[in-house]
Design a binder for this molecule. Structure first.
Ligand code: NDP
Ligand code: GDR
Length: 365
């Protein structure tokens, strides 16, 4: 979206997919999220017809997709279509799987915020764990055979298992979100073993972008850097700065999802950069990029500490690199700079609105 704080400012590419009578059909849950938008761009570029399930919201929730949207009333060329459904509503999932006959289903929908999962554990389990089961059941019972299924697994499942974490490392979840993702992982393995479903778990380590939700730590930091730099904000409140994460670029990671579904056999894969940095190192890099010192602005606020923390994640993605031929293109420094540069531009636009009296400078994004 152009002036939206959700999306990146200018889409990198215009999608002009080739017309093919044999084009594949993909169904994506969580299409309005960070990964959903990148995966949609990627699949449209490959000539897919993309259907996305969106949930009803009192506000528009499609800002990350606006640049891809073609009004179905005005054009028979619309190659991305959106439908209402919810992971908590089995009948809606079954209806869309049955009527769209997808070749591939990507289950990206989730209450994906780890800290929030401690506040709404029951809902998180319903959407993340049971929602996955509902979708698997819709795929299994569909009259269309051979549907390929991707499950958005997470490095959070490893939790307190020390790095490096690979497909054979034990799960030790540290949050309701992570425990629910473990259940979803095993539902997916079980449907593969019990029914012969072509189902894959991607165990993806953290991946970020200018479209990252604003209450995840990377985007929270780069948004603040932008606003501090143009004078809209002075302080940034954060929690634990010593946690380490293996941060990659979301655009690289959605390719791995697709690659998993193009193999001869279904399997589970860790996807990671194999490089790990602390939140403090992210701060150094992000503030340093625009000649600011994070220590002049960051205030520690207890409310952002979690009841149980995941201290250190660094993936071992040997299998994905060997079998899929996947590797990340964007490294840590490049990722941080991409996000900061985007958010400086975004803050400049906000400044125009503030200066004209259309927006309150204190209003936090
Ligand atoms: P986001 O939080 O950006 O997107 C989540 C998506 O799920 C949104 O489209 C959201 O809709 C949708 N959603 C939430 N609840 C429901 C529901 N009840 N029914 C239907 N849709 C729902 O997440 P990301 O794009 O970052 O991540 C995609 C997936 O990958 C998630 O499952 C996440 O847990 C997982 N993951 C993410 C990683 C990361 O680093 N980004 C790493 C590993 C796994 P709405 O827009 O309306 O809120
Ligand atoms: P994470 O991402 O929990 O790894 O889950 P997040 O960015 O929320 O936290 C990363 C680390 O930063 C610390 N932290 C803060 N986090 C937030 N959100 N806000 C703060 O103010 C703050 N201060 C410090 C956290 O404690 C944590 O250690 C993400 C999500 O995308 C999941 O859906 C996904 O499964 C995993 O990545 C892999």
């Amino acid at each position: 979206g152009s002036s939206s704080t959700n999306g990146e400012l200018a889409p990198a590419t215009q999608i002009t997919p080739p017309l093919s009578p044999h084009r594949k059909v993909a169904l994506i849950t969580g299409i309005t999220g960070q990964d959903g938008s990148y995966l949609t761009e990627f699949l449209l570029g490959k000539g897919y017809e993309v259907h996305g399930l969106i949930r009803r919201s009192s506000n528009f929730n499609t800002a990350r997709l606006d640049h891809l949207y073609v009004d179905p009333h005005n054009s028979h060329k619309a190659r991305m279509k959106l439908h209402y459904a919810d992971l908590s509503d089995a009948s809606s999932l079954r209806r869309w799987v049955d009527s769209l006959n997808p070749d591939e289903v990507y289950n990206l929908a989730a209450q994906s915020h780890v800290a929030v999962s401690f506040e709404i554990p029951d809902y998180t389990a319903d959407v993340v764990a049971t929602g996955t089961l509902r979708l698997l059941e819709a795929v299994r019972s569909s009259s269309k055979k051979g549907i390929r299924y991707y499950q958005a697994g997470s490095s959070e499942m490893f939790g307190s298992t020390p790095p490096p974490q690979s497909e054979t490392s034990p799960f030790h979840p540290r949050s309701p979100y992570a425990a629910a993702k473990c259940a979803a992982h095993w539902y997916t393995v079980n449907y593969r073993e019990a029914y012969g479903l072509f189902a894959c778990n991607g165990i993806l380590f953290n991946h970020e972008s200018p479209r990252r939700g604003e209450n995840f730590v990377t985007r929270k930091i780069t948004r603040a850097v932008g606003r501090i730099k143009v004078g809209l904000q002075t302080k940034l409140f954060l929690g634990n700065l010593s946690a380490a994460r293996d941060w990659g670029f979301a655009g690289d990671y959605v390719e791995a999802m697709w690659m998993m579904l193009q193999q001869d056999e279904p399997a589970d894969y860790v996807v990671a950069t194999e490089d790990s940095h602390s939140v403090e190192e992210f701060l150094e890099e992000a503030f340093g990029h625009v000649e600011l010192n994070w220590k002049d602005h960051v205030v520690i606020d207890k409310r952002y500490f979690r009841p149980a923390e995941v201290d250190s994640l660094r993936g071992d993605s040997t299998k994905a690199r060997k079998v899929l031929g996947w590797k990340p293109k964007v490294g840590f420094k490049e990722l941080v700079r991409m996000m900061v540069d985007n958010d400086i531009e975004l803050a400049k636009r906000e400044k125009v609105l503030v200066d004209a009296g259309y927006m309150d400078a204190q209003q936090q994004p």
